[in-house]
Write a protein that binds this ligand. Structure first.
Ligand code: G4P
Length: 527
């Protein structure tokens, strides 16, 4: 517990909404379990794992997930610790669902980056970090698996600094490594924690005090004393402002599996992670402490419960208080919507939410009214920006086995695109719909869902296009001219925005050069 930071804060100021980013196998699932344990959500221990081991009833909702043992579901876990309410937004582990992960990262205020101490920064960690950097999301680093053979801590810090251009400030330091890993030493406070179970860390006189040295085998003591001396001299101290601005990461060493360092981490998160941030909308910035409710949808999940065929929109509350039964305005359509059964999620269980505050994520059951990127308000006409679409890396034409069902297919594809399962492009020359995905597994999910939920067996055909870009221009005339000249390479996306499709990166570059007043963009914000 961090003394002095516990105030009678407002419900919004108590919220900490975060995600965990990591490369597969670094320990995200294990760490999630341990964090939930601290949150008193003890009944959940094992459930996160269960999901992976394919025995969770919840994740049975989709056959494909069962078959492959991967989690397609992004879920939200809420727990309390140290007078804070933590909302942990889980993200799919498989990189084919990275679009989902990117969108989820727009709904968090901070992230924990988990690094395997033997491997350092891996490819997916770097990519997810870059997504966080786009929004200056503060990052707390957890170097995991120190109970195993691992790399030198200085080496790891250096790698974070160099590869991510991010300053590091180690908060704790491992006492021993591998087999002799015995606990963690807090560099600023001069305290020792042997196990996460130690609620209060023990104050000591310094790293060379006998109480610390005795934790290590005699032959390792001198080397450790030297190492920690260097750590104190050479490493930057933690500072709140550069952390909150996304320039500096506090680093915690530990072992999620063996219960080392996780309490240090969660204490740090409670103390330093920012409360809900303001969010940019088209007309103004919305501050979290504003009294009127606003929120945006960053994720849609259909059919979580096969018996009910329901569709849940996950909304991040951006300001104010959401109360059960309140009327909200769906700004895209201007229509009112009654929030009669908003839900909170506890890993496996759902509960009706009577109230939710800025920073919380609620599930709103609906039958297709809500789409990704939608804004809900108490009446104000503003649209949140920033839930992005990424240019797909795979484009396929959808081929219907039964040509009579073309209209039904169009509707089904529209719904799937609204849920973010795939992106949909309708070529202006009237040829068949093209779907775009970032990872090939998304295509499998689409095919399976079209069959299971709409009775539409489909196949995919390659198109002559491999790459696409949203096109805009300051000159409407130029844009229209470009479109009419390239009609067979233009499609409309779900919102009717024009997209230029090219056969190869080379030909795209060629067209780009010949149309200097046209902007070709690989990211589009939903509006
Ligand atoms: P992920 O969600 O990031 O993919 O990683 P996960 O937590 O599933 O961990 C990957 C593997 O690393 C698991 O082993 C897990 O037990 C192990 N692990 C996680 N944290 C630590 C740690 O602090 N120390 C050590 N030594 N191992 C750790 P597995 O054999 O793949 O799975 P399981 O059979 O243990 O379930």
């Amino acid at each position: 517990m961090i003394a002095g930071l516990m105030t009678d804060a407002s419900p919004v100021a108590r919220r900490r909404t975060f995600a965990i980013i990591s490369h597969p196998d670094a320990g995200k699932t294990t760490l999630t379990e341990k964090l939930l344990l601290f949150g008193g959500a003890i009944q959940l221990a094992g459930e996160v794992k269960a999901k992976k081991n394919r025995v969770s009833a919840r994740s049975d909702w989709m056959g494909i997930e069962k078959e492959r043992g991967i989690s397609v579901v992004t879920s939200v876990m809420t727990f309390e610790y140290d007078d804070r309410v933590f909302n942990l937004l889980d993200t799919p582990g498989h990189e084919d669902f990275s679009e989902d992960t990117y969108r989820t990262l727009t709904a968090v205020d901070s992230a924990i980056m988990v690094i395997d101490a033997a491997k350092g920064i891996e490819a997916r960690t770097r990519k997810l970090f870059e997504v966080c950097r786009l929004r200056d999301i503060p990052i707390v680093t957890f170097v995991n698996k120190l109970d195993r053979e691992s790399r030198d801590p200085f080496d790891l810090l250096d790698e974070i600094e160099k590869t991510l251009a991010l300053d590091t400030a180690p908060v704790n330091w491992p006492i021993g490594r591998g087999k002799s890993f015995a606990g963690t030493y807090d560099l600023a406070k001069n305290t020792v924690r042997r196990l996460d179970a130690d609620e209060e860390a023990t104050p000591v006189n310094g790293p060379d005090s006998p109480a610390v040295l005795e934790m290590l085998p005699p032959e390792e003591r001198d080397a450790w004393a030297e190492e920690i001396l260097l750590a104190r001299e050479a490493c930057k101290p933690f500072e709140l402002q550069p952390f909150r601005e996304g320039h500096l990461t506090p680093v915690y060493f530990g072992s999620a599996l063996r219960n080392f360092g996780v309490r240090d981490l969660i204490d740090g998160l409670a103390a330093y992670a920012p409360p809900p941030r303001g969010q940019d909308a088209d007309l103004r910035r919305v501050e979290a402490e504003e009294p009127r409710m606003t929120g945006f949808v960053f994720k849609i999940q259909a059919n979580m419960d096969p018996n009910h065929r329901d569709r849940i929109a996950f909304m991040r509350v951006c300001s104010g208080k959401l109360t059960r039964g309140m009327k909200a305005k769906l700004v895209r359509t201007g229509k009112p919507m009654s929030l009669s059964a908003p839900q909170f999620f506890f890993a496996r269980n759902r509960a009706i939410a009577d109230e939710a505050w800025a920073g919380d994520v609620v599930g709103i059951p609906n039958h297709g009214t809500l789409r990704i990127g939608d804004t809900l308000t108490e009446g104000e006409d503003i649209l949140f920006r920033g839930v992005p679409s990424f240019a797909p890396e795979i484009l396929r034409r959808v081929k219907l086995q039964d040509a009579m069902k073309a209209k039904k297919l169009r509707e089904a594809l529209q719904q799937m695109a609204e849920e973010g399962v795939v992106q949909l492009f309708l070529p202006q020359d009237g040829s068949g719909a093209i779907v775009g995905v970032v990872g090939a597994l998304q295509l499998d999910v689409l095919k399976e869902r079209l069959q299971a939920e709409y009775g539409l067996p489909i196949d995919y055909e390659p198109t002559r296009f491999t790459i696409c870009r949203w096109i805009t221009s300051d000159s409407r005339q130029d844009l229209e001219g470009f479109i009419s000249k390239n009609l067979s390479s233009i499609a409309d996306d779900l919102d009717g925005a024009p997209v230029f499709m090219a056969a190869s990166p080379f030909s795209l570059r060629y067209d780009e050069e010949r149309a200097p007043t046209i902007r070709f963009s690989d990211i589009k914000d939903y509006q």
